[in-house]
Design a protein around this ligand. Sequence first.
Ligand SMILES: *[C@@H]1O[C@H](CO)[C@@H](O)[C@H](O)[C@H]1NC(C)=O
Ligand SMILES: *[C@@H]1O[C@H](CO)[C@@H](O)[C@H](O)[C@H]1NC(C)=O
Length: 367
Amino acid sequence: MASPPPIHSKRFRKLFSLAAIFLVTMSCCTQFALAARKVSTGAAHDKAMRERYEKWIAEHGRTYKDSAEKARRFQVFKSNAHLIDSYNAAAGPGGKSRPGLTTNNFADLTEAEFNNIYIRRRPRPRPPPIVVGTGFMYGNMGLSDVPASIDWREKGAVTTIKNQGSCGCCWAFSAAVAVEGIHQIRTQKLVSLSVQQLVDCSTGENNRGCNLGDMDEAFRYIVHSGGITTDKAYGYEAQQGTCRSSGKKAAAKIRNFQYVLPGNETALLLAVAHQPVSIALDGSNTAFRFFAGAGIFGADGQQCTTDLNHAVTAVGYGTDENGTKYWLIKNSWGSDWGDNGYVKIARDVASNGGLCGLAMQASYPVA
Ligand SMILES: *[C@@H]1O[C@H](CO)[C@@H](O)[C@H](O)[C@H]1NC(C)=O
Ligand SMILES: *[C@@H]1O[C@H](CO)[C@@H](O)[C@H](O)[C@H]1NC(C)=O
């Protein structure tokens, strides 16, 4: 699907090209040497790839600063396209067909560049959330107390897909989506909330704007600052600035936040049955980065670790026609990624904290 240029496109592009120059300087030599060795093709094949690239550029509204940069980006695109094509050509474990990958918006970024922008690794381990002990309000329920499936989009509790652009503040998007959800559930009003306010103002110990952060810290900030304003009043800029919340009216308030029992997908389901929930997972693997959107991620052999490096929001769960259980996840990588910005991830298939670690660090606002 063709997507419009990323939000705040001029600024984003400027930032992006600056970041790209910097990163290319750092990492291109080895990347391209590898790519060049791996990809030995005939002229006809190269022509087809070039046409595919031009089509992709047009679809994604991409512009480059000069022809040298474009030539470099073509090599990256080609390498990613080969990776994606060979993944799609191979069957999953047991010969099953598996959900495919596509040359999405990230197709002209190397893996290192992608990780530098979108994936954050913690410099030090974080203490387990249990120490905070805020309680788990859905703990005395059972599976028979909740619906077999839920999609908070259908209930009007989920705003449109956003694009974090070149700012690693997935934590702020994740928290905002969870608060938007509980606010709509309590008030019947769906309001797009200010991610930028969280990026600029929620600067507690772990929260560093575009360079990593935690959703619980963001909730704590919203509790203590008396609420969060709208995206309209305090718009997204994809970079950290000084806090400008003063004088802006709170559009949603929360009383507190809680943690889901860590690593417990039943507990996570009880929470998601009542509201969208912020979760962390491993978003750095190739299959997730280029996920085309059809099918259930992880149901047929996609690999991921439990290294929590990306934040998203669980906005539903269910079971498909073949009996495969899934989580419905809202991402902040634009609507070009996955299933119009969403992904279904296999549910109850991993014992150690959910597939990709998705049940290991879940939290939600209390309103
Ligand atoms: C998981 O959470 C559910 C719901 O709160 C609870 O009944 C169950 O005992 C928990 N399982 C474990 C292993 O802690
Ligand atoms: C269910 O299984 C059938 C047969 O294997 C397949 O054609 C279909 O695509 C599957 N549906 C989903 C939603 O995966």
